[in-house]
Design a protein around this ligand. Sequence first.
Ligand code: ADP
Length: 616
Amino acid sequence: MPSRSLSRTTWFAILGATLLSGLILWETARYARSVALDEIRTRSAYTLDLVIENLRGELAKYSFQPRLLAHSTVLTDALTQYPQASAMDRANSELERINEVTGARATYLMNKDGLTIAASNWSSDKPFVGSNFSFRPYFKEAMQGRLGRFSALGTTSGERGYYFAHPVRNADGIIGVVVVKMGVARLETAWRASDDIILILDEEGIVFLSSRPEWRLNAISPLSAAAHQRLSETRRYAGEAHRELSFSRAPDSDIIEIGKIDALGTSNRTKKYLAISAPMNEAGWRVLILADASGVAYRVQIALLVVGFMLASAVLASLNIYQRRRRLNERLELQEAAKAELGDKVRERTKDLSRAVARLRAEVSERQRAEEDLRRTQEELIQASKLSALGRLSAGISHELNQPLTAIRNYAENARVFLSRNNTATTDANLGSIVEMGERMARIIRNLRTYARNEPVGSRPARLLQSIRDAIGLLQPELRSADIEVTSDFTDDELMVIGGDVRLQQVFVNLISNAIDAMSNAPRRHLTVSVEPRATDVAITISDTGPGLRAKDMNRVFDPFFTTKEVGKGTGLGLSITYGIVNQFGGYIEAANNDDGGATFTVTLHRVESNREAAE
Ligand code: ADP
């Protein structure tokens, strides 16, 4: 029988499937994440390139201007003739005009000490003229003969800008510095539309430009003391305080988590960004693109859901198949068991049947043996009773033979006398009588011999009337000595019945003997034997004029050993044997009393159809 509990193999299969599913899900998550991140990375790299290119283009537009201006005689004159008013006016107007053409935020001229002596915004409410910017690195670089570059917050204007500075020379060497301040706010406005956060960081890690205005001038990492020192020396951001953006980045990862920025007006939730950056050394900047990576988790979830669903479907399908197979196996096992049980039952029944058959066979052969014994016994009995009847007949028969024998002797003696007298005619008559007597004796003896013959068992066509005549013939001496008158009315010699000649003769010998016995003391002694042929059978009645059967004996006369005769005379077997013989031939025998006394025995036997009748 199938066990209800799961087998070890099944447990291993479940464990294996779980581990495999876990591995697949883990790999799926990893793969989906890397694909999503790669996509973002590619997009960000593109954005980064765009931003850098854009910045480079913008910077390139202004970087060469101070160099051009440095050769202007108006400016060299202003430097050499300072503080002559007319030279200053010319320089102011020249710078204002040029600034207007170039679209710069401001263009101005500083002397060797860093003092601004002329500026494009000379006439504005916050003119640079008179201010000293010697603390700015661009001034120092220009004074060293190089192109000064610097990004900073204007100390006067409070506006962010990128400064390009170039030394102004004459024969004596560097006599001043011309500066072009480029406005940067406009760049940011273009970035606002971008989904990504674009940050331009300076060398200290301070956000100089940002697509998020609120992040401006905040630091992405803690500032060192040296950095603080540098910032205050160069007054880069005009003394503005720098808050720290809470950027946290795992080592070797380009994912940045930004949190606690509610104070900055964004979100109070930690958000993940993919960071990609590139240096812009010529500007002293680092461009940082922060791409929103929160979609990655969503993509991973979707991928996990899809794969999970597929896995679950696969698991369910396998379970289903497993269950079906299990059920099928169970059913097959049950069928096998039922078949085996049926086989057992059939075998058992077959065994029972064979035993019963064997028993029946034994019984049948036992019965056959018994029947055979019975048949043999009956036959022996029939023969014995016949021989005993012969014994009884012998007295009459010897008398019957004695009579012709005496007659023969008399006829022979007489013949001798007639022969001596030469009376041949009478002699011949006597001899004829002797032959007749001899024939009669031979007939009697033949009848006796036939009767004594042991006839083989079985039925065959028998000549009925011959048997009756032979029976009467055998009993003739007794009938005569008992002075019984015999009436027999039958003529059809060819009447054939199913029987046997000798046994039929025995039947009639028995019935006639009983009639002779019954009539021994009767006043009238008359035996009637009649034969009545019918369509398929024939009835033979034997009637006497004896006392008849007593009413109480009517049903018992055919029983073996029933006799009313005195000891030594009757055996009580005659009628019983007669009954058996008639029965053997398929006929039957009945006993009845005559209306005027006396008994009648009727034997009914089957007729054998003559060929003529059969032909019809
Ligand atoms: P048994 O002649 O040796 O007695 P049976 O079987 O021939 O045996 O007869 C049985 C009995 O049936 C006889 O004893 C007799 O009483 C009775 N019986 C037979 N035949 C006749 C008959 N023709 N008339 C009266 N009684 C008869």
